[in-house]
Design a protein around this ligand. Sequence first.
Ligand code: SF4
Ligand code: SF4
Length: 458
Amino acid sequence: MLVNSFKRGINLPTRKHATEGKPVEQVPHPQQVVIPINQHFGAPNQSLVTVGEKVVRGHKIADALTPGPMTVPVHASISGTVTKIEPRTQSNNTEGLCVVIEAEGPADREEFFPPLDPFSCTKEDALARIREAGIVGMGGAGFPAHVKLSPPPGKHIDLIIANGAECEPYLTIDEAAMTAKSHLLIQGLAVVMKITGVSRAVIGVEDNKKSLIPLIERELRLEEFAGDISIGLCRTRYPQGGEKMLITALTGREVPSGGLPMDADCIVQNVGTLVAIAEAFYLGKPLIDRDLTVSGGACKTPKNIRAPIGACLKDMPVEFMDIDHARLAKILFGGPMMGTAVASLETPIQKNTSGIILMTREETIAQEEGPCIRCGRCIRNCPCSLSPVIMNNSLDAADLDYAVKAGLLDCIECGSCTYICPARIKLVQRFRVGKQRLRIRQQQSAAATAAVAAAKKS
Ligand code: SF4
Ligand code: SF4
């Protein structure tokens, strides 16, 4: 089978051995969950429950006041009583309103939607089911799945890509999903193909997961609807799982600067998202559980787990999750390249938490920054063909406009430049701050324009 790839990028130690090939283990029923009411990219939600109210696993507990396209509801992940609704620190380190539920009654009490046949319902009903089930992209920023499946009229899409590349070190949860739930993955792909009217799909995997191929091929033969679904093998190279990189590797197409996958005629969905879509139709199940990898040198029991959304590592029994607190130096939500460091084991698991990495000091060793030696390595390895050194110099000189000209907004924050830089310059961290400054400047300029317009009216 041909092995495809994209240009540039880096080779990383994969560090997946601790959980590779391990099945997904169900977390013991937690006594409490802390569920952030906003876990998606889009308009904010409001709580639909009050303190003291009884909820059942599967009940909707938050939604937008006016449910619009960029909104996604949130559901109770355990049955019990709402004991608090208050701001808590979330996995992106911001404070956000959370619903705290204390468990009560039998652990298996749940109320889901009735199953829905995606092949006989209308497209509108199918998209509404995906929204109502609270499904967001499970590999990234929590973009609403139903929005991705509704490209603007006139937009040509000819390929659905299932993203199973999982290029971040340590993480093995997509591999576990493709192993144990390949039938649901294919059913989810078939649903997406039906909704979008696209007749071809590719499951993209890196060539360090070749063992999955016979398994997926067998499932494709078994499924009644297999359509034109194939497997695309990609070279194990970081960041192969980036949407733009995967599209280039599998099709040879380039997503234009500032563009989206649909500008290359593709829709990309993470394999976990496709499994969640299949479950929403065939089981009527909303997105209330999250499969994730827990690993790292300070984790004595590295494993792939299934946890109710809102569960915290701190509450898991030691015989299930044994943490070496003496050696724990850093807690990462997500992988070590693109994940976020959090302060506490009380941080709740969210819809987009693909892994929690418990790192020791040796794994996180931070070296002092030195001066740039103009080696050009960051430019040669950037998968988006940007000039990180120039972007960094522009930001140092407070010249945001020049940083944008050099590609700041096209940066996918993969961290390859930081990893490869011999001077240990924290390039990607600066780009994140630069983008934040740009957002603040845009908000200030919009507010100033609105104030001038208001003054003219009065
Ligand atoms: S973080 Fe941005 S600039 Fe650095 S390599 Fe990745 S895409 Fe390029
Ligand atoms: S890799 Fe580091 S040292 Fe080399 S040019 Fe880029 S910023 Fe400078």
